[in-house]
Design a binder for this molecule. Sequence first.
Ligand SMILES: Nc1ncnc2c1ncn2[C@@H]1O[C@H](COP(=O)(O)OP(=O)(O)OP(=O)(O)O)[C@@H](O)[C@H]1O
Ligand SMILES: [Mg+2]
Length: 259
Amino acid sequence: MEDILRVENLSKQFGGLKAVDQFSMNVQRNAIHALIGPNGAGKTTITNLICGEIQQDSGEILFQGESLGTLKVFERARKGIGRTYQNIRLFDTLTVLENMTVAAKVEHSYGMLRTIFSYKSSQMEKKERRDKAMDILKYIGLEHLANEHVRGLPYGNRKILEIGRALVTEPSLLLLDEPAAGLNPSERRRLMDIIYKIHEDQISVFMIEHNMDVIMTISDRITVLNFGKKIAEGTPKEIQNNEEVITAYLGNRFKKQGA
Ligand SMILES: Nc1ncnc2c1ncn2[C@@H]1O[C@H](COP(=O)(O)OP(=O)(O)OP(=O)(O)O)[C@@H](O)[C@H]1O
Ligand SMILES: [Mg+2]
């Protein structure tokens, strides 16, 4: 299977701290690939480097075979990299639908800079944006909340809405930073159903998560990070039984007897 993402010898230092240290990883197209590890291991930093929010000190990131170099966040988004954030970034005072169309508008405006704006085309664009946003809300099961203000939404729905917002830019690779954090078991089930659906629709998923039930259930492949370095990589079963991973992060809770 072809790789959608290749990360080669990536390093990032903050002051004296090596947050990411010679990290390499390949994410296969159409996989659900997880990145796990203790707090402060460097997981979010890796996501920020892939998205272009920060620039690596050394190493290379290739997306669909092409080096991302110093491309900015919106340029990487246009190439097909979408993400959600560990801390929800929604506009509380806007409605669910407005949060979706704001994302669409930001994406649209880059291409539109080269276009002459007429009233008619902007009205058409507005309708297109709205229709697309409603389609995605249906897809993630939030269409009945389209006109609700985000500030009134339960936390679980906000986390799901963040994923919806990331889908507006039509990513081929979606990076999720702790999508299950703070969700109750039924919300986690919903989240997993949505991730499966995204996966079935040929979007590759790269996911950071601390909830091991979620990770071990849905991942095809898991990379384990500790102090910025990769310490293991493999299938959920291999990872659950890897002694170094158990010592650094998992403990014995997930060890499969007899495996
Ligand atoms: N912008 C920054 N400036 C300085 N230090 C940073 C910055 N971003 C991250 N760090 C540090 O880099 C290390 C890795 O942080 P990172 O957020 O990537 O960890 P993480 O694996 O995502 O942890 P968690 O599971 O708690 O979210 C931490 O020690 C953190 O304090
Ligand atoms: Mg993090």
